[in-house]
Write a protein that binds this ligand. Structure first.
Ligand SMILES: NC(=O)c1ccc[n+]([C@@H]2O[C@H](COP(=O)([O-])OP(=O)(O)OC[C@H]3O[C@@H](n4cnc5c(N)ncnc54)[C@H](OP(=O)(O)O)[C@@H]3O)[C@@H](O)[C@H]2O)c1
Length: 297
């Protein structure tokens, strides 16, 4: 994994395949570049910070978790909603109905890391149905970090659905470490709501009609203490978060593939009146995949 952005004095060496010192030698407090002046030392300290590595080395989950840490939120208020999506070079958000053909091992490590950092994973019902969602796992690699942050062992999965046309006999609903949430509108079919609750899911009404109102969903999750929010799409759900201007960050994997065809883009639905601007926060690279992170301006 290489860090391409933010650019540091180590970026060129990494990009050219140079032999930059590894994190053990260059970690905070190691003082490994002692002969450099103060400015270079400061830059070096930044380069040796969380997630830095020599070219090509696989980053540990801990390093990835440092690189993708949520911003500090004001005590007791607010929420940060980030999305994690993958896109082909020609803009496809899926291939044959799945995102897996666009993914890679490194992408899956980042996918897992983002889950490991989140309080809640918000996902559209169609993605749950097509991708066969299972409960989030408690992973040893994130256990200490989660405990220190006051988080449970695994993120809550929150499924967004108007119809509640979901198979409540699946492990996602019957075997989660923490009960799965269903976000729906006030007009949800009562029998489906009963079936969801009977299966052990908690149903949260976050819309006055059939559907969920994105801003209300974000706020309702925050009120339950689920403030570090991650959405994994799909495109129809993400498009609504974008249109409602509640998406704070996009972690977009640019997959070095092209699919042609008519696959969905990563965000769908009605377009916004004026394109929403994002600023690049970081870019990592491995095996030709770019792992970008953008924040809404
Ligand atoms: N590229 C990526 O990173 C990525 C990520 C995720 C998914 N995908 C792909 O995207 C495809 C599925 O995505 P999709 O866009 O078709 O569907 P989606 O966004 O996952 O789910 C759409 C469904 O979510 C529910 N929903 C959405 N907005 C709602 C609202 N405001 N209120 C209540 N319910 C709401 C509805 O469920 P009900 O029908 O139950 O009412 C709707 O049918 C799959 O092929 C998947 O592989 C790609």
């Amino acid at each position: 994994m290489r860090r391409l952005l933010p650019v540091t004095d180590m970026t060129a060496a990494e990009t050219e395949g140079g032999t930059a010192a590894g994190p053990d030698a260059a970690g905070p407090g190691a003082g490994g570049r002692g002969s450099a002046g103060p400015a270079a030392a400061a830059a070096s300290a930044a380069a040796s910070g969380p997630g830095y590595s020599a070219s090509g080395r696989e980053w540990s989950l801990d390093e990835l978790a440092d690189a993708y840490a949520y911003p500090a939120l004001p005590a007791g208020e607010g929420a940060w909603l980030r999305a994690n999506m993958v896109s082909s070079l020609d803009g496809a958000g899926q291939h044959d109905g799945r995102s897996q053909p666009l993914s890679s091992d490194a992408d899956m490590r980042i996918f897992g890391t983002l889950r490991g950092l989140a309080d809640v994973v918000v996902v559209g019902a169609e993605t749950v149905r097509l991708e066969g969602y299972r409960p989030a796992r408690a992973r040893e690699a994130f256990a200490a970090r989660r405990a220190a942050a006051g988080q449970g062992p695994a993120p809550v999965i929150a499924v967004v659905s108007a119809s509640l046309n979901l198979d409540f006999s699946l492990p996602l609903f019957t075997e989660p470490l923490v009960p799965t949430l269903i976000l729906t509108g006030a007009a949800a079919p009562p029998d489906r709501v009963r079936a969801a609750r009977a299966a052990g899911a908690a149903v949260l009404t976050t819309g006055d009609g059939a559907g969920v109102e994105p801003a209300r969903a974000k706020a309702a999750l925050a009120e339950r203490g689920l403030r570090r929010q991650l959405t994994e799409g799909g495109p129809r759900l993400l498009g609504q978060f974008v249109a409602a201007e509640v998406l704070d960050e996009l972690c977009l994997t640019v997959s070095p593939t092209m699919t042609a065809g008519s696959a969905q883009r990563i965000a769908g639905g009605p377009s916004v009146a004026v394109p929403t601007r994002f600023a690049v926060a970081s870019v990592l690279e491995q095996d030709g995949f770019l792992f970008t992170r953008y924040r809404r301006i």
